[in-house]
Design a protein around this ligand. Structure first.
Ligand code: GDP
Ligand code: MG
Length: 163
């Protein structure tokens, strides 16, 4: 059947920007269990011969750091439970954070396929920032710029390779 791909990562890394770039047409805003699924947005997407459902897991923008961590844990759990492939988005301008590390640990334990996406790398001078993300232990980090639509093809090749 149709594959599910979740976009996970802390606020402000560019998940929604990426989601909107990849989404064909929005199909639903789920609003059943408060605080769990209300903030998930689904869209159909396709790449080459593959159709899939994309899930933007980050609809709530928390204020405090501990809330960000809690939200990321929750997002990661939802993604782990319901998805075939997880796109873990991090901020290549800002670099690696403790929250990134913590979610990476959960994602690794899950055994689900994870594509590590390093966003905001539109400038050559920032490409060196890619390498520290190898330390997350999630394989080869893939550089993209969601706003400039750079690197999305290579990223999607990696996603559909796990179907
Ligand atoms: P989310 O909270 O993870 O969903 O992040 P958003 O998609 O809302 O983006 C957060 C901010 O990052 C916005 O100001 C975006 O314009 C910016 N942003 C997203 N993608 C890129 C990118 O590829 N490059 C740069 N420089 N900024 C980006
Ligand atoms: Mg968002």
């Amino acid at each position: 059947g149709r594959k599910f791909v979740a976009v996970v990562g802390r606020p402000n890394v560019g998940k929604s920007t990426l989601f909107n770039k990849l989404a064909g047409k929005r199909i639903a805003i789920v609003d059943d269990k408060p605080g769990v699924t209300r903030d998930r947005i689904y869209a159909k997407a396709e790449w080459l011969q593959h159709e899939f459902t994309l899930i933007d897991t980050g609809g709530i923008e928390p204020k405090a750091d501990d809330i960000i961590l809690a939200q990321m844990r929750r997002q990661a759990l939802i993604a782990i439970e319901t998805c075939d492939v997880i796109m873990f988005v991090v901020d290549g301008k800002l670099g690696m954070t403790d929250a990134d590390n913590e979610v990476a640990l959960m994602l690794r334990k899950s055994g689900k396929p994870v594509v590590l996406v390093v966003n905001k790398l539109e400038k050559r001078s920032e490409e060196a920032n890619l390498y520290e993300f190898y330390n997350l232990g999630l394989g080869t980090p893939i550089p993209i710029s969601a706003t400039q639509a750079l690197g999305l093809g290579d990223m999607l090749d990696e996603v559909v390779a796990h179907f």
